[in-house]
Write a protein that binds this ligand. Structure first.
Ligand code: ATP
Length: 236
């Protein structure tokens, strides 16, 4: 297993946001985490990336216990999160933003190749490569955040709501890019409100409710699960 989360709990002060969650991501998979607002999806991502400390349980990545490892050291080990709400550097150009994604790397010619690959994947970013990040539309900033995360050559890419706030056409595009990224060898853990799309794309998925995992299965199984349909797919 590339990622193994075992019985993890997390607190915000006195509020317990995660109650002993366990999940795994195998190399090569796309795994989705779905659930309603406030279910704990973002919190799970924060626990994995190390932005918030966990209260108990363990997180193993590539065979190592990283439960207490600093967030920046997790990035160096190949665990990279494209943040929810974009988080691009507004004053830096698209090219500079992509360059920041590779800050842990020294292999200049490979970095240049990866930048070219990202620009090929996202033609809109290529057109705007000299523009400051802050002048891009919301959707373009989201793509830039994903592109920047890819520049670190992650073993596991964590995506928090990549489709949030995007126009329908761009949603299609971002999901097909995620598929492409995965087919090129990057493992993906994805948090999504857009359950239909996420389950269609994911090999496996977990359903979170009030900080607990209540169901898991292949994307297809969950797409056809009556309770999931009713709660998350808007079909009675
Ligand atoms: P959303 O899709 O709305 O982001 P989510 O499933 O990602 O929902 P989380 O953001 O992980 O849910 O929130 C889980 C719980 O933790 C919620 O009850 C939320 O109010 C609480 N919470 C989240 N962040 C904080 C924080 N910084 N301080 C205190 N409580 C928080």
């Amino acid at each position: 297993m590339l990622l193994e989360i075992d019985d993890v709990s997390l607190l915000y002060g006195r509020i317990q946001a995660l109650h002993g969650i366990s999940l795994t991501v195998d190399e090569g998979e796309i795994v989705a985490l779905i659930g309603a607002n406030g279910a704990g999806k973002t919190t799970t991502m924060r626990a994995i990336s190390g932005i918030r400390p966990i209260a108990s349980g363990s997180i193993r990545f590539a065979g190592e216990d990283i439960s207490k490892l600093r967030a920046d050291l997790r990035v160096r080990r190949g665990l990279c999160q494209a943040p929810e709400g974009r988080g691009v550097f507004p004053g830096m150009t698209v090219m500079e933003n992509l360059g920041m994604g590779a800050y842990t790397r020294r292999d200049r010619s490979e970095i240049a190749k990866d930048r070219a690959r990202v620009l090929e994947m996202f033609p809109r970013l290529a057109e705007r490569r000299k523009q400051p990040g802050g002048t891009l539309s919301g959707g373009e900033q989201q793509m830039l955040a994903v592109g920047r995360a890819l520049m670190s050559r992650p073993k596991l890419l964590l995506l928090d709501e990549p489709s949030m706030g995007l126009a329908p056409m761009l949603i299609q595009q971002i999901f097909s890019i995620i598929k492409e990224i995965n087919q090129q060898g990057t493992t993906v853990l994805l948090v999504e409100q857009n359950a239909q799309q996420a389950l269609s794309l994911a090999h496996r998925a977990y359903v979170l409710e009030t900080g607990r995992i209540v169901k898991s299965g292949t994307g297809l199984e969950l797409l056809h699960d009556d309770a999931v349909k009713e709660a998350y797919l808007g079909v009675a």
